[in-house]
Write a protein that binds this ligand. Structure first.
Ligand code: NAI
Ligand SMILES: N[C@@H](CC=O)C(=O)O
Ligand code: NA
Length: 433
């Protein structure tokens, strides 16, 4: 335990929502252990909220609540930002840094939009900036990529980094819920962003992918550099077909370094049932990292939710506190490699295309011909003939391609759509894993 003469570190908390409430709880409940680990007591001096009169968790002392976030950050040693959004979070963090405080944030949206401004300010002020909670909630992934793998060469990062969408797809596949019902549950459970559009349209996963890619490839990658597609167009039918063909639909984040540069994308994909990612359920996340010397690494755990995320925040707070007590500083931004960011259509993937075609001889050959014209080869084909009693004269055709450039695959689908016997392209999903 630190001796009685050790000056407590003043900790300011910005935001008291799902994550903030649990951060405050852990700080207050585990005060003695945290003091022993940090080398000084961590004194929670205030919690900035929008409305101090609102009834909150019974463990939160009312006297700590303040609506004056600016004053709160000015006297702090460590500022924890869990309010989310770009502003006033950015201004408050910059004010905290300018005032000499170390900062800990869970705000992936802000980091992926304007991380360099925060890094630069922290560097100039000689203070720490930590953000483990910003990617994959409780899972230690930022620190391993930023620090543990700093001596290696990361080639690829692939995984499920959004708990809400994983929960929604899982509930659609096995819980029998509609998309809307599953999103509502994810909100009630504290997984979703304040506006769940950020989750279901892939913005949240794209922000996390940008952060991971920046760290992995020592290159500045912002949210705008990420090719992004959400899950709003994934239908219950897609989910059912996936299971029927031995797959599960997952929202994946994929960042890879090729000889040409760095490609970062977020999109739903079919993952074979035997792949470990297929069995990541609920709001859990899993991230695979492939590095030259280390080989494959896998990180798994709770990717969303107040208490798991608070765990990651507190880990960062202890690191920052140790530096205040003992000296030293965490890592700075590392973007020396400055690799080229590749356009979205340069990515290499496989497609599974489901279509309704005229049920007559020669149609498959016509479709196969359109693929061959674009240099795309077929891996598997499955045809489901008309259901008994179906008078439409159509059949469902499901084909999976071999790997090809996204540009060729997209052009192929466009050409197939124009074929006379093709009535409708019902779904196009990538296949990964
Ligand atoms: N909920 C989760 O599972 C995870 C959330 N995060 C991130 O943590 C941050 C917080 O997320 P949640 O706690 O889920 O959000 P939340 O919406 O539950 O909490 C945010 C709180 O901050 C308050 N706030 C917003 N602007 C404020 C202002 N100007 N002054 C004072 N208070 C203000 C809001 O009133 C709200 O109570 C976000 O950046 C989010 O992306 C990160 C990992 C997981
Ligand atoms: N809304 C996010 C929360 C954690 O980052 C998610 O669902 O993953
Ligand atoms: Na994390």
């Amino acid at each position: 335990m630190p001796g009685p003469s050790v000056t407590p570190l003043r900790v300011a908390l910005l935001g008291c929502g799902v994550v903030g409430t649990q951060v405050a709880r852990l700080l207050l409940e585990h005060g003695e252990d945290l003091a022993a680990r940090a080398g000084a007591p961590l004194e929670l001096v205030g919690i900035a909220v929008r409305n101090a009169a609102v009834q909150r968790d019974s463990a939160i002392p009312r006297e700590l609540l303040t609506e004056d976030a600016e004053t709160l950050v000015s006297g702090a040693d460590i500022v924890i930002e869990v309010m989310g959004g770009l502003e006033p979070a950015r201004t408050l963090l910059l004010r905290a840094i300018d005032g000499g405080a170390a900062v800990v944030t869970a705000n992936k949206a802000l980091l992926a939009e304007d991380g360099p401004t925060l890094y630069k300010a922290a560097d100039a002020a000689g203070v720490d900036i930590y953000f483990e909670a910003a990617v994959a909630g409780a899972i230690p992934i930022v620190r391993p990529v930023r620090e543990s793998l700093a001596g290696d060469h990361v080639r690829r990062v692939l995984g499920i980094v959004n708990g809400t969408t994983n929960y929604v797809l899982d509930q659609m596949a096995s819980g029998g819920l509609s998309f809307e019902e599953a999103v509502k549950q994810a909100q009630d459970l504290g997984y979703a962003e304040a506006d769940p559009t950020a989750d279901v349209e892939g913005f949240d996963a794209a922000a996390k992918a940008a952060i991971l890619a920046s760290l992995a490839f020592h290159t500045r990658v912002s949210a705008d550099d990420v090719a992004r597609e959400g899950i709003t167009h994934v239908t219950a039918d897609d989910v059912a077909w996936a299971e029927r063909t031995g797959h599960r639909v997952k929202l994946l984040a994929i960042a890879e370094q090729t000889e040409e540069g760095v490609s970062v994308r977020v999109h739903p994909a079919l993952v074979p049932l035997e792949h470990p990612l297929a069995n990541v359920r609920g709001a859990f996340n899993a991230v695979f990292v492939e590095a030259d010397a280390a080989g494959p690494l896998m990180f798994y755990g709770q990717g969303a939710g107040g208490r798991p995320t608070a765990s990651a925040v507190l880990g960062d707070v202890v690191s920052a506190a140790r530096h205040r007590v003992l000296g030293g500083k965490g890592p700075q931004e590392s973007v020396y490699a400055a690799l080229r960011i590749l356009p979205p259509d340069a990515a290499v993937t496989r497609y599974q295309v489901r279509m309704v075609v005229a049920d007559r001889p020669g149609v498959l050959a016509q479709v196969a011909g359109a693929l061959a014209d674009h240099g795309v080869s077929i891996d598997t084909v499955r045809q489901a003939g008309a259901e008994p009693g179906d008078e439409t004269g159509t059949a469902s055709l499901l084909l999976t391609t071999h790997a090809a450039r996204e540009a060729s695959l997209a052009a192929t689908v466009a050409a197939v759509r124009e074929l006379e016997p093709v009535h409708e392209i019902t779904s196009v999903l990538r296949v990964e894993g």
